[in-house]
Write a new protein. Structure first.
Length: 203
């Protein structure tokens, strides 16, 4: 997920966007609800998570400052396939369908940035689908972390401070958190990464 300002705040305000404040754990919308608004994180972190009938959670992604989420059902007039939950105290920009479509029609640069972001998401989904289907835990984590490293503009050789917890990595890689903890420890012993005050430093 490319960390750029998708739509400038001044533009959002011009087209009647409002801010929604969420406490940690608050639900912005639930799966199966109709998608009528476009959302961008102003500050904080939100996860998109699908819950099965048995209550099992599958996290589709985490989104932070400047990133949009829940776009496909918004554009396709479909119900949300997942719920949006605040991972931390967050402020979210919310803009109605007609206002946002007007914004895109009248601002080509914003339209182009959104197209680039959605294309990047499709690439990410394709990569992780193949990883979850056939690859071992260390390969899944390597692919996942390298994807986010490149998305944030880190060059090869630069140390990358992984901005996710073990649980969040497990959620995105389709692994148990115990497997992630054990795999990261092994990768540290192999010199592929360092652990500093609990944070993962990726080489």
């Amino acid at each position: 997920m490319i960390r750029v300002e998708l739509v400038p705040k001044e533009l959002l305000k011009k087209y009647n966007a409002t801010c929604v404040k969420l406490e940690k754990g608050a639900i912005l919308f639930r799966q199966s609800e109709e998608a009528t608004s476009f959302f961008i994180v102003d500050k904080g972190k939100v996860k998109m998570a699908h819950y099965s009938d048995q209550g099992r959670e599958f996290v589709q992604g985490y989104f932070t400052d400047g990133q949009s989420f829940g776009e496909p059902p918004f554009f396709n007039h479909k119900p949300y396939p997942a719920s949006a939950v605040a991972v931390s105290k967050s402020t979210i920009w919310k803009i109605g369908r007609e206002d946002f479509l007007k914004l895109l029609r009248e601002n080509f640069d914003a339209h182009l940035r959104l197209t680039e972001v959605l294309s990047d998401r499709l690439v990410y989904k394709s990569i992780m689908l193949s990883e979850v289907a056939v690859e071992e835990a260390d390969h899944r984590l390597t692919t996942l972390i390298n994807y986010f490293r490149k998305s944030e503009g880190k060059k090869k050789g630069e140390t990358y401070n992984v901005p996710f917890t073990r649980q969040q990595l497990a959620d995105m890689a389709g692994l148990r958190v115990e497997t992630v903890i054990r795999t990261i420890k092994t990768m540290e012993e192999q010199g592929k990464l360092e652990i500093e005050e609990g944070k993962i430093l990726w080489h």
